[in-house]
Design a protein around this ligand. Structure first.
Ligand code: IMP
Length: 199
């Protein structure tokens, strides 16, 4: 069975990607499982640019094919912010997930509700000999002014998923892994991933 390195140190993403890719005959490893510790500056201004950067660096450093995603939250009333800079969306560089959510809510106060938004995710698979596939997914919803749910990470507790009346942090894993932007991006890549796994 082929090995695929998941080019992320985010435990929430690793757990989600492993669950979504169950059924694809690939041995999925996290960087920690092969003692690989890299720090990558996400310097691109596009999701695909950053996903490619991460996949390429991890693939070259490990000699293994690597799958990276770059994701973010886009709030329409804020012209698509925080967007590709979702992780750094706070004047306080040391802010945690909750503080970033509070900063977002503060910026939204002046705008009328509903605060429509979407999560987006770009996925790139890179082997040491070049790019294998890229894929994109989104999940629509709205931002709400209260924290609900304990599951997930990032902006999940304040993102109400369209058609569910639940925040991303209230959804059970199985449902999040059906509806999320990451699930949609990976699902679109399934045929190519299966082909890659069986080559
Ligand atoms: P990156 O893909 O690691 O650059 O993620 C950027 C940031 O977007 C994360 O640190 C989170 O704040 C946010 N984000 C990305 N995906 C999700 C998600 O599935 N749920 C909640 N927040 C997310």
């Amino acid at each position: 069975m082929k090995t695929l390195l998941l080019a992320t140190t985010n435990p929430g993403k690793i757990q989600e990607i492993k669950a979504i890719l169950t059924g694809i005959p690939l041995r999925l490893l996290s960087p920690a499982e092969i003692d690989l510790r890299l720090t990558i500056d996400e310097i691109s201004s596009s999701y695909f640019g950053n996903a490619q950067l991460k996949a390429q660096i991890y693939a070259n450093a490990s000699g293994l094919p690597a799958l990276a995603d770059d994701s973010g939250l886009e709030v329409f009333a804020l012209g698509g912010k925080p967007g590709v800079h979702s992780h750094r969306y706070s004047p306080n560089a040391a802010a945690d997930d909750r503080e970033r959510c509070l900063y977002l809510l503060d910026n939204l106060k002046a705008h009328p509700q509903p605060w429509e938004a979407r999560f987006v995710c770009a996925v790139v698979l890179y082997s040491p000999s070049g790019e294998v596939l890229r894929s994109f997914g989104e999940c629509r919803g709205e931002i709400i002014p209260e924290f609900r749910g304990e599951n997930g990470f990032g902006y999940d507790p304040i993102f109400l998923v369209a058609g569910t009346n639940k925040t991303m942090a209230e959804l059970p894993d199985e449902q999040k892994n059906q509806l999320s932007h990451r699930a949609n991006a990976l699902r679109a890549a399934m045929p190519a991933l299966r082909e890659f796994a069986c080559q």
